[in-house]
Design a protein around this ligand. Sequence first.
Ligand SMILES: Nc1ncnc2c1ncn2[C@@H]1O[C@H](COP(=O)(O)OP(=O)(O)OP(=O)(O)O)[C@@H](O)[C@H]1O
Ligand SMILES: [Mg+2]
Length: 262
Amino acid sequence: MDTSTNDLTDQENKFSLSKISTQGAVDSTRAHLYFTIDAMSRLPFITFEGSEGCGKSTQVQRLAARLKRMGIPHLVAREPGGTPIGETIRELLQFAPQNVSMTPETELLLFEASRSQLVRETIRPALERGLCVIADRFFDSTTVYQGTARKLDPQFIERLNAFAVDDCVPDITFVLDVDAATAESRMQKPRRPDRMEQQSAEFHERVRRGYRDLAAREPNRMVLIDGSRHADVIENEIWQIILSRFPALSKTSNIEHQTSKI
Ligand SMILES: Nc1ncnc2c1ncn2[C@@H]1O[C@H](COP(=O)(O)OP(=O)(O)OP(=O)(O)O)[C@@H](O)[C@H]1O
Ligand SMILES: [Mg+2]
């Protein structure tokens, strides 16, 4: 078992941003389907999804580290959060004592509020500036948690998701699939349990099933990854898939860039 903790601190996690002085060119034909800025001159928008403890943050950070080593400009964002407004919403959603009385409808709208801010303030500008964007959760989380698991109207959620993200849809989404026992064993170490982690085992099972169904419905964008294996193996598989979808990435290295925190 990989015992290394790759979680960023809260402060670091807020806005991990790489700036570039030269734009990299990437030939991404699929991206063109989704994003209206010039798809031929931008790097991909990559998201990670899956239940609590499946290894999303670990793989996000491994991918970011790889891009950094290769000199590929990138930005890491997390949901909910990633902007000053979003981080306030995150605290309210996850840890604020008053959230015990939060209704599913309120929860849904808060996630979407955080997301619409993140897209317009951070993700879209970063893609337009030529950065690769990696997001630790995005709109599939709402489809699964508030839709499948909380059983809110899926068609309404689809419309709200579309409203929140506009044309900023991920080029590729990795769903890390682990069973409940594996996820639970990974969450044993001391941590601050958020609201979702306090849900029942049945809720978590619905989440897992929701992701698997969603990945089957969207095979072009979503890739289901067996998250029970060693983190190194998963990391390499993910990288090979990214390279096969975005081959120009391997040529987009050694661009002068620096990391800064806002
Ligand atoms: N493939 C793996 N094998 C074994 N342990 C792992 C693996 N991937 C991650 N871990 C460990 O499991 C724990 C949870 O991983 P991580 O924080 O990446 O999950 P997460 O999906 O981001 O969870 P959350 O949804 O709560 O943010 C961490 O201690 C991490 O080091
Ligand atoms: Mg995480």
